[in-house]
Design a protein around this ligand. Sequence first.
Ligand code: UGA
Length: 457
Amino acid sequence: MAVIADRCPHIQVTVVDLNESRIAAWNNSDLKQLPVYEPGLDEVVARARGRNLHFSTGVNDAIASADMVFISVNTPTKQKGVGAGQASDLRWVEACARQVAQYAKGHTVVVEKSTLPVRTAAAIKAILDAREPKSVVSENIPTFSVLSNPEFLAEGTAIHDLEQPDRVLIGGSNTEAIEALATIYSHWVPNQKILRTNLWSSELSKLTANAFLAQRISSINSVAALCEATGADVQEVALAIGTDSRIGLKFLNAGPGFGGSCFQKDILNLVYLSRYFGLPEVATYWEQVIGLNNWQQTRISRLLVQRLFGTVTGKRLAILGFAFKANTNDTRESPAIRISLDLLEEGAQLAIHDPKVTTTQIAADLGKAPSDPSLDLQSEGTWHSVNNVVDAVQGADAVLILTEWDQYRELDWPILARRMRTPAWVFDTRSVVEPYQIAEAGLLLWQLGSGIDQGNL
Ligand code: UGA
């Protein structure tokens, strides 16, 4: 919405939420305090806020005065009831649709921005239509068109992805509504990149795009394990296959497994839909992508324990990176959570560093309060967070790199090595370190997808 406001100064954009503190944070004069960390977002907000971008808790008034309403609420995986663990929980989407139905005036285009299961638009339209008395024709009776306009931005590169999208997808049946939304995007997106489809294709394309991307990661992660076993190198393999233009080089970085709020949720959704529509083979096929991702995470904690002589009880380990990827403070489904929990279960003492994730967030993710490292030297299964890498490695037997933050590419390994207990290890799951620098510092290295395992030399 900030980018739309930035690119279309003649359109008034009002972002509304029931959560007062969140809206207050979006209105904070200190742009560093915006609730979402996203490179470049502060500049966009600075340009548009107060001009044609407004943040407010006045939900009903904003609906009443809007020509177009974007429903952009959470659709997490359902925790209980029918479809628990797979289907999306649509309670917030439904609540929004009911509120829009109640307060809208005139003709309103309702746009699904949240990622939704296929055919949700039908449910939204049914709720909206329940407000439209069919028999009465009057200017004061609200009318609605529903569009699907899924978002393809990735966190960390959101502003770039929005300003220069590969495509914009608009699904719907009402041409006038589709063109009204297309006109907004056409202020900065070339027309040939604005794809118009039917509603169901648009909804399904969003789930499918994420499923394909996640599948690529599970594929390369499965090959990474094979590389380690055979002496091949996953980066060389990725380059060799990626230069085939049919495969392409993007999204072939092996790592600790995909995280983030979308991939797992969207695949589970696809799995649920496939079963619902009587296609169990399709469901099983996509389930494997998640199965491999879970395996990848557990295999990392297991092999770390193995290399530290089969036990990490009471040992200090430095975890570098807790966000699910670099350039975000988001930790949802981050592989660091499961891997850290496994290591805590094994009795390790973790010193966790991340440039953007707060201690409070880590505590919430691990379901466990941090310990005081100065009081608790002998403890098992404890963690604390540190502000710099030097403190993280103090007395550690191993460093485990889980997020590809740029600063981890430039670490002074000889200085860090001196603070560690020997034999000291670096476990690099993101291929951010240079093996020769680790060797020169006298450290042992395990690098994901690399068949050259120094621990075995
Ligand atoms: C993803 C999609 O990339 C977006 O197109 C989509 O709009 C978004 O989900 C969404 O549905 O909202 P995002 O979750 O922000 O975006 O992040 P990605 O860059 O896709 O990364 C997801 C995970 O895959 C991260 O944990 C990342 O480290 C991992 N990854 C990514 C790899 O392990 N290897 C790669 O080569 C790429």
